[in-house]
Design a protein around this ligand. Structure first.
Ligand SMILES: Nc1ncnc2c1ncn2[C@@H]1O[C@H](COP(=O)(O)OP(=O)(O)O)[C@@H](O)[C@H]1O
Ligand SMILES: [Mg+2]
Length: 239
């Protein structure tokens, strides 16, 4: 299967601190790849680097390809318009705006292939029920769904979600990850980052275990579920 996104020797450092060691990654079309690893492993750094975004003074080397196109030097906006969208850990939704205002805020009327509000509401009926409600009054799970809904407006080819389960109740996590799995089953490619390994085992096609910016191992959930390195990383987040 062809890759939707490829990184070649992608590295990121913040000053002298190397946050991502040279990384070669292929994301096959219509698959759900999950980057797991403890706090500080480099998960957010990787997703941000692919989105062309950084929180601090990140110095990036190596290449990122969207299908055959080298997007390494392209801006975040360019990448988003080309279909690479990141839902950051902080969600980037506006609490003082309503659900519907959040969804329509960055809608560009001239862009082809965008999803309509109706399509988003069809995918996420709970948002439709709350469209006039302020985003700040939503539950944690509903906020995450709203953040995902906003990202889906642009109809991304690669959707990246940075730790979508953070702070959410187990049942809500299951619901969100199943929703994401359904998107993948209907053809979207997703790159997820998670500390919550157990939650993603059942939905991921492949796991990539990061530690201190390096890939320790990668494989299918079946191949890795009993791997002591995965268990270590997981237990590391429990303490
Ligand atoms: N803006 C920044 N400035 C300096 N160092 C950073 C910054 N963001 C992350 N780091 C460092 O990069 C490493 C990876 O961080 P991060 O990608 O946030 O990990 P994760 O998302 O897996 O928790 C850590 O050592 C972290 O301290
Ligand atoms: Mg992170």
């Amino acid at each position: 299967m062809s890759a939707i996104l490829t990184t070649k020797g992608l590295t990121v450092r913040y000053g002298g601190n190397v946050a991502l060691q040279p990384l070669d990654l292929e994301i096959p079309e219509a698959s759900l790849i999950t980057v797991v690893g403890s706090n500080g492993a480099g998960k957010s750094t990787l997703l941000s680097a692919i989105a062309g975004w950084s929180r601090g003074k990140a110095i990036q080397t190596g290449d990122v390809f969207l299908r055959e196109e080298d997007i390494s030097k392209r801006s975040t906006v360019y990448r988003a318009n080309a279909g690479v969208t990141l839902v950051p850990e902080s969600h980037s939704i506006f609490y003082s705006l309503t659900v519907e205002e959040n969804l329509t805020l960055h809608r560009e009327s001239h862009r082809e292939g965008q999803r309509s509000l109706e399509e988003i509401y069809e995918l996420l009926p709970r948002l439709a029920e709350r469209k006039k409600q302020q985003a700040g009054s939503l539950s944690g799970g509903q906020r995450q769904m709203l953040a995902i809904g906003r990202a889906l407006i642009a109809n991304p080819t690669l959707l990246m979600l940075d730790e979508p389960s953070i702070g959410l109740a187990p049942q809500v996590i299951v619901e969100i990850l199943q929703f994401v799995r359904n998107l993948v089953d209907s053809g979207m490619s997703v790159l997820l980052s998670e500390q919550n390994v157990t939650a993603v085992l059942g939905v991921s096609d492949e796991l990539i275990l990061l530690e201190r910016g390096s890939v320790l191992t990668r494989g299918t959930p079946d191949e890795l579920k009993d791997d002591p390195r995965l268990i270590d990383a997981y237990l590391g987040t429990e303490s």
